[in-house]
Design a protein around this ligand. Structure first.
Ligand code: PLP
Length: 306
């Protein structure tokens, strides 16, 4: 499909004030790939969509939480490709509430939902649950949470260009389910280091990386830096707002802003041992900001204003 053949993202050099070292930081603007199918979700769905079409499946089933960029990407893809989509959503309690902005948009694109308990959701990667779904929904193509399967990783192996592999000492990426990180590792050169910055406390992340990544030139930082998944404070929000003013680039608050703050922290505290030419992958995901601002407002915190 031509839609997936038109990706080209650029790298830009970022100038940071108050950086203690003579490192050069570049950003790959994967966030610009598409306004709705953001960054890495586009990469991860590319070959899954091809496979679905090859199999002539009529329904795409996938999994996600209430703010999931992945669910929105799948819903939109379903709409433009004429494929039915069903999301298994974490949190049975959600079915009694008005849908949040992300899920409402998914719904507008025609996605259907099945809300399950957190307990049930934990089984999402088991064969048992997948058989159960295959039985219930005949001719369905099942994509795991975040789009992370073999074909998703294959798509992410296309992120780095030949130039990126030769020029950069180190590539940094936020990590959720680990698919993007694995794809980057596979396509990197041995002499490069791939750094992952976990946004969530994902206990099976090393399992995913062991399963998909074919090299060991990587290091994973845990999610604790900003207090865990979807934890925000004014420092983070101010950083996002200042970054937008200075660079005219929107950073999402769950993945990319936290990663960049962590990188700056490592550099300024003399803990950066990974080389001078740094490439940051901006994975996009700014659609979540509307819902997140609602939460921030309720708490009386600063809000993201881009
Ligand atoms: C999903 C997502 C990630 C995490 O990607 P994984 O392949 O699941 O690790 C990072 N950034 C954004 C913006 C995302 O939506």
């Amino acid at each position: 499909m031509s839609f997936f053949n038109t990706i080209k993202t650029e790298n830009i050099c970022l100038e940071f004030q108050n950086l203690n070292h003579d490192v050069k930081i570049y950003m790959k603007r994967e966030d610009l790939i598409h306004p709705i199918i953001s960054g890495n979700k586009f990469r991860k769905l590319k070959y899954n969509l091809k496979e679905l079409k090859k199999n002539k499946n009529s329904l795409l089933i996938t999994f996600g939480g209430a703010f999931s960029n992945h669910l929105l990407a799948v819903a939109y893809l379903g709409k433009i490709e004429g494929i039915k989509t069903l999301a298994i959503v974490r949190g049975e309690e959600l079915k009694d509430y008005k849908l949040n902005t992300t899920l409402q948009k998914c719904c507008d694109f025609g996605m259907k939902f099945e809300f399950v308990t957190r307990e049930k959701y934990r089984e999402r990667n088991t064969n048992k649950y997948n058989y159960e779904l295959q039985n219930k929904f005949k001719n369905a193509y099942i994509v795991p949470e975040g789009g992370t399967n073999r074909l998703g990783v294959k798509g992410c192996e296309e992120i780095l260009s030949k130039y990126d592999k030769e020029f950069f000492d180190v590539v940094c990426v936020p990590v959720g389910s680990g698919g993007t990180f694995s794809g980057l590792i596979n396509s990197s050169l041995e002499k490069q280091k791939i750094l992952g910055f976990s946004a969530l406390n994902n206990s099976n992340i090393s399992e995913v990386i062991n399963k998909f990544a074919k090299k060991d030139n990587w290091k994973l930082f845990d999610e604790s830096f900003f207090g865990g998944y979807a934890k925000f404070n004014n420092e983070l929000i101010n950083f996002i707002n200042n970054f937008y003013e200075r660079h005219n680039i929107r950073l999402d608050s769950i993945y990319n802003a936290k990663m960049i703050l962590r990188i700056i922290d490592l550099i300024n505290n003399n803990n950066w041992i990974f080389g001078k030419n740094i490439l940051i992958i901006n994975t996009g995901g700014t659609q979540s900001v509307v819902g997140i601002n609602e939460l921030l407002k309720k708490k009386g915190c600063e809000t993201i204003n881009y």
